[in-house]
Design a protein around this ligand. Structure first.
Ligand SMILES: Cc1cc2nc3c(=O)[nH]c(=O)nc-3n(C[C@H](O)[C@H](O)[C@H](O)COP(=O)(O)OP(=O)(O)OC[C@H]3O[C@@H](n4cnc5c(N)ncnc54)[C@H](O)[C@@H]3O)c2cc1C
Length: 418
């Protein structure tokens, strides 16, 4: 197969995984990045490679939970009311996707994308000298009551139905597994197949460095559209001029919507903003990344400290961050790890806000554009973009090479919203 000139738009985790797999196929890769590589959503996430994450965000019953979350100041969801008219159509689709049949379909579609995450990442990190940034310790979900575990029954059923193996712990078992956790937790579920990175930014940077060392190119420019010759791609248009390419991959995360629109695909992509708060040299930390299932946040032990990440804020791409939401994570974190200090000097704390690229049905868009099969979409991975990036990269390379992908891509089509 003759190598093509492939433009990869966006140097987040999805972009660098796509670039890596494309380069392995012998293509020349040009990465187009408008900002700093790895500084989008891929910078501040919880770092988890959770192959078990097959449950959509909108689960049956979500409509009855939303009002409670919205009016709870430390709740996991907030909405800037001024943004409501803009996001209303997305919210309608979000709620409509929460039927028992649809969530089962979603889980089945997601499993082959997220399940092989660590296996698909492994050759990339091995080649890039980044294996030290990836751990395989599992992921622990903790509950404050047997009732709250029971409320998650459908989520666990979906995971198990899709081949996820779990170990359950009672209060004593949890104590032995993670002594730093609050004794208020009485149930835990450990998913051993999951892993995490101790530094998401460094991981993206090392993967990118490897692509560049192997002959890839990084162009600092903002992509704005495409020049087609009939149905064939001629060039990617950018604010720095045109970049000639035989194929292009759209992996600009939450900013991908106008690029798809330029090719006639209207996708309801929104930002689900999330926050993190980090503590340097924490007094207490879990060994395994741990999700508080009720609070919907994750505590991840990272190389640079303990990271609490989570919450969803619906406020679009341009509104300034509301740092109170990051500090809520510290409040919640103290309830998880009681040995944390009551006060921290500013220099031990850092906060971040980023944009999860989210479709209302919790499935990304992966596949060819309507106007040209030379342009492949790979965006909208929402809460699971770190996890799904390695397999997305493999699939993108399959599509560019004309190979049949390892599973059906129909659920990921941009046209499902038409
Ligand atoms: C708080 C939080 C916690 C999370 N935790 C996890 C987790 O534990 N596990 C997990 O799997 N996922 C997690 N996620 C989700 C995950 O971070 C994202 O899904 C993933 O990082 C998306 O990667 P991406 O490459 O698509 O986008 P990004 O990392 O945002 O990269 C997109 C890149 O495209 C560039 N760009 C944008 N527009 C243009 C343009 N026009 N031209 C050129 N370049 C452009 C941007 O500058 C950016 O660098 C979390 C997210 C948040 C917010």
């Amino acid at each position: 197969m003759a190598g093509k000139r492939v433009a990869v738009i966006g140097a987040g985790m999805v972009g660098v995984c796509a670039a890596s797999y494309l380069q392995r196929d012998g293509h020349s890769v040009i990465i187009i990045e408008a900002g700093e590589p790895g500084r989008g959503a891929s910078f501040g996430n919880a770092g988890c490679f959770n192959g078990s994450s097959v449950t959509p965000v909108a689960m049956p019953g979500v409509l009855s939970q939303v009002p409670r979350w919205l009016f709870d100041p430390v709740g996991p969801l907030s909405l800037r009311w001024r943004y409501l008219p803009a996001i209303a159509p997305w919210l309608v689709r979000f709620v409509r996707s929460a039927t028992p049949e649809q969530v089962r379909r979603t889980a089945r579609a997601l499993r082959p994308l997220v399940g092989p995450s660590l296996a698909a990442l492994e050759p990339l990190v091995a080649a890039a000298g980044a294996a030290d940034l990836v751990r395989r310790l599992g992921h622990l979900y903790v509950y404050r009551s047997a009732e709250s575990l029971e409320k998650d029954r459908l989520a666990w059923e979906l995971r198990r139905d899709n081949g996820v193996e779990t170990d359950e712990f009672d209060a004593d078992g949890l104590r032995q597994l993670e002594p730093a956790l609050s004794r208020d937790y009485v149930r835990g579920v450990l998913v051993r197949e999951n892993g995490h990175t101790v530094n998401p930014l460094l991981l993206v940077e090392r993967l990118l460095r490897h692509v560049l060392d192997a002959g890839g190119e990084l162009i600092r420019a903002r992509a704005s559209g495409f020049r087609l010759a009939g149905e064939r791609l001629a060039a990617v248009r950018t604010d720095e001029g045109e970049i000639a390419a035989d194929a292009a991959i759209v992996c600009a995360g939450a900013w991908s919507k106008p690029l798809a629109a330029a090719l006639g695909d209207r996708v309801p992509l929104e930002s689900e903003r999330g926050y993190h708060l980090m503590i340097r040299d924490p007094e207490a930390t879990p060994r395994i990344p741990t999700a508080d299932a009720d609070g919907k946040f994750v505590a991840t032990p990272m190389a640079t400290g303990l990271r609490f990440a989570g919450t969803v804020e619906l406020a679009g791409l341009t509104a300034p961050p509301d740092w109170r939401r990051a500090h809520i994570l510290l409040q919640q974190g103290r309830r998880m790890l009681p040995a944390l200090a009551a006060h921290y000097p500013q220099e031990r704390i850092s906060v971040w806000m980023g944009h999860r690229p989210s479709l209302p049905d919790s499935l990304p868009v992966i596949g060819p554009a309507r106007a040209s099969a030379d342009v492949i979409y790979a965006f909208g991975h929402g809460h699971v973009g770190m996890t799904a990036a390695p397999m997305t990269g493999r699939i993108v390379a399959d599509l560019v090479a004309g190979r049949t992908p390892p599973f059906d891509l129909a659920p990921f089509s941009a046209r499902r919203f038409a």
